[in-house]
Design a protein around this ligand. Structure first.
Ligand SMILES: [Zn+2]
Length: 284
């Protein structure tokens, strides 16, 4: 607690004194461009990892970055989603899971939770689609592998849950809303973004439009959207690829296993990445 009090004093002496005009301007209202949904985990600091200023991102946090499907809960999540889109006019939503997520570990051992932490147990039921998908499609893998897969799949499950909200459904129909799935890797500080065309997690920079060349994207499979992330400068070095590209099956819904090329992988192995594809309920 002492550390926090000292922090408040330091914030006032340093940040506030240097940013008085900015803070006064913020008092007139907010116009965030992105709704950022992430876990309550203390190791995730949204404004730090995205290097955003106060007023730039509207944040929802809870255990497991979960958005209960519309009508399934009377919590604050739905209200915050509705407010973000309708009142604030936000057009971009990021669901950001993270490595070593305690909530996802709990989801994999849900039976144990019922007695020890009944509220957590009830909450995680909103991620039951993730649990069932992993359980029924990813048999025979180690605990660590299953956790990584669960984290990645849960981001996709929660994006599907978001789509059940009338306000989201309507804006998506109008093409005025874009949904993004991210996984933050605590150990390296990297973010991987889900590419719905390639159905794999890729460095998010590859989804950005090349500066000065509208319509040209770094990844040919990237969807034609721009987001409010720092624009990519083609003169910069590309970040090292952290996951190999997956080959798309002949048919979008093909359940035939296909191999991904070997490469430098810091998180998911090619086999795991392959399983993410085969096991996901949302192949595009
Ligand atoms: Zn977490």
């Amino acid at each position: 607690m002492k550390k926090l009090i000292r922090g408040l004093r330091e914030y006032k002496e340093v940040y506030v004194s240097q940013n008085r005009d900015f803070l006064e301007q913020l008092a007139h209202g907010q116009k965030p461009r992105v709704l950022f949904i992430t876990c309550s985990d203390s190791r995730i600091v949204p404004s730090l990892i995205t290097q955003t200023e106060p007023g730039e991102i509207f944040v929802i946090r809870n255990a497991g970055n979960i958005i209960p499907p519309f009508g399934a809960a009377n919590g604050g999540e739905g209200a915050a989603v509705e407010y973000a889109i309708h009142a604030l006019g936000i057009e971009q939503i990021i669901v950001c899971g993270h490595s070593h997520c305690g909530a996802m570990k709990g989801l994999l051992q849900i039976g144990k939770l019922e007695e020890e932490m009944p509220l957590v147990y009830e909450w995680l039921r909103h991620a039951d689609a993730t649990r069932r998908l992993v359980q029924e499609n990813y048999g025979g893998y180690s605990k660590d592998e299953l956790l990584e897969i669960t984290i990645a799949e849960n981001v996709l499950t929660q994006i599907e849950n978001l789509k059940t909200y009338p306000v989201v459904h309507s804006k998506l129909y109008q093409g005025k809303l874009h949904l993004y799935g991210w996984v933050y890797l605590i150990e390296t500080g990297e973010v991987l973004a889900f590419d719905p065309e390639a159905h794999q997690y890729v460095p998010p920079q590859t989804q950005l439009e090349v500066v000065g060349e509208p319509g040209r994207f770094l990844s040919t499979s990237a969807p034609p959207v721009t987001c409010d992330l720092p624009a990519y400068n083609p003169d910069d070095d590309l970040p090292p690829a952290t996951m190999p590209p997956l080959r798309r099956p002949a048919a979008a819904n093909s359940q035939v296993a296909y191999k991904s090329s070997p490469g430098n992988i810091s998180w998911l192995s090619p086999e795991q990445a392959d399983r993410i594809y085969r096991g996901s309920a949302h192949p595009r």
